[in-house]
Design a protein around this ligand. Structure first.
Ligand code: FES
Length: 189
């Protein structure tokens, strides 16, 4: 009697335990499938992400050369001439065009050269002083000769020359930024 009473109970216990194990197998498979889909999705999204982020991750492009003026304009140069150039810079998806002031002058051998107007001390714009025949920085008084050589003041080096070339009768210059407060010329961008 007691065995027949225990029989159905055991059977229902066995059934519910097999249902449980079936359910847990199904949920395990579900989790496995979910993880697999996630993994495949992540793998497929890598190239797309790389494509989308490429402009942000790559280095800012180098600045292109900019025209300064006709070479004939500088043939009888006696003092440094201030020129404004336009520079184009591509940074990620963004393209910017800005204006920079440079000086066309002559180097110690009398050859044309181009100087940035950015003071190598702390970055102020250095004007040419016609009366003193020197560049005189208004911020902390650094002075430079017409070819940019340092004369006095807190700057640790002379004014920085920029790469220049003549193309089709035009003077071209490549604008660059240099590290301040150091004695040697170091390009930073
Ligand atoms: S920024 Fe030119 S002397 Fe300081």
């Amino acid at each position: 009697m007691s065995e027949s009473a225990a029989g159905p109970g055991n059977a229902s216990a066995n059934r519910s335990s097999s249902e449980l194990s079936g359910e847990s197998r199904r949920s395990f498979l579900g989790v496995l499938l979910g993880l697999g889909s996630l993994f495949v999705g992540a793998l497929l999204s890598v190239p797309l992400l790389r494509f989308a982020l490429f402009p942000l991750l790559r280095r800012t492009t180098e600045l292109k050369s900019s025209p300064v003026g006709e070479l004939s304009e500088f043939s009888s140069l006696t003092d440094p001439v201030l020129k404004t150039i336009q520079i184009e810079q591509v940074d990620g998806w963004r393209k910017t065009i800005s204006e920079k002031a440079v000086y066309v002058t002559k180097d110690s051998q009398g050859k044309l050269c181009v100087l940035t107007s950015v003071c190598p001390h702390l970055g102020c714009t250095v004007p040419w002083n016609k009366e003193r025949r020197q560049f005189v920085c208004p911020c902390h008084g650094a002075t430079f000769t017409p070819d940019g050589t340092r004369v006095s003041g807190p700057s640790q080096r002379g004014m920085d020359t920029l790469e220049s070339a003549v193309q089709d009768g035009q003077l071209q210059v490549r604008f660059q930024y240099f590290r301040q407060l150091v004695s040697d010329k170091q390009v930073i961008g």
